[in-house]
Ligand binder design. Structure first.
Ligand code: BTN
Length: 244
């Protein structure tokens, strides 16, 4: 395990843009061009920030950490990267402010049941992954976009993007070096869906839709739910929502 002062493999150069379309797109270009692991692309503002499943991601200039990190090469212990990265974001947020974060499978970071951060990983295995992270820092309530699927929140006005990036580098170094067993154990402790009524819609996965009670995750990082007929369903992809 790395010490808190050791940024580990995420201590590469930072390429900062005042304005760009998407830091993931800039990082992808750098990854293809051979940039070293641990390179970060950051931006004050994005004109075409992207979220999961084709959604957009927007934040006012300077009020969020908008960054994309390159990880290369991808190795066997990175198989649970989509779960390891939100754990790192939780650790970083908790190092910066007096908060306790949870993860909504697979990779939304929640603070008091509101979305604090999101993760978009795009990879060309086994060569590289681009790990895109949007962490809300000081976005006023009335400046969140209309029509969000889930209410959003910010970490607090005292934290700026530069400070947040330092904490994130350390936490990513730690969690991308963790074993799958460590990742699953830590995820279980932060799992916002465990024991909750959930519904799923298999976008891009098996195509199944259904409802059930979330049991947690299995050792491959799949979400496991039990339907009211007692069927155990293992969800590897798609969207899961809380039934309120
Ligand atoms: C999600 O919750 O749907 C994922 C959101 C990821 C947003 C970040 S902001 C920095 C990086 N660049 C992008 O275009 N997207 C990610």
């Amino acid at each position: 395990m790395q010490r808190a002062t050791d940024p580990g493999p995420f201590d590469g150069p930072t390429v900062h843009h005042r304005l760009t379309d998407s830091t993931n797109d800039r990082a992808r270009e750098l990854a293809i061009a051979g940039a070293v692991s641990g390179t970060f692309v950051t931006a004050d503002e994005q004109t075409a920030g992207r979220g999961r499943t084709g959604r957009t991601w927007s934040a006012p200039a300077g009020a969020a950490l908008l960054c994309s990190a390159i990880l290369r090469p991808l190795e066997a212990h990175h198989s649970l990267l989509p779960l390891a990265v939100p754990l790192a974001v939780c650790d970083a947020a908790e190092a910066l402010a007096s908060v306790e974060c949870q993860v909504k499978w697979p990779n939304d970071i929640w603070l008091e049941e509101r979305k604090l951060a999101g993760v978009l990983i795009e990879a060309r295995p086994p060569d590289w992954a681009v790990i895109g992270i949007g962490l809300n820092l000081s976005i006023p309530e009335d400046e969140f976009p209309d029509g969000l699927r889930w209410p959003a929140t910010s970490l607090g006005h005292a934290v700026g993007p530069d400070e947040a990036l330092v904490a994130l580098r350390i936490a990513l170094g730690r969690w991308t070096a963790a074993t799958p067993v460590e990742v699953v154990g830590a995820f279980e402790a932060r799992d916002a869906l465990q024991g909750r009524d959930v519904a799923w819609d298999g976008v891009g996965g098996s195509g199944t839709q259904g409802e059930g009670v979330c049991e947690g995750i299995d050792d491959r990082g799949n979400l496991v739910a039990v339907t009211d007929t007692g069927e155990r369903v293992s969800l590897g992809a798609g969207e899961v929502s809380l039934r309120l």
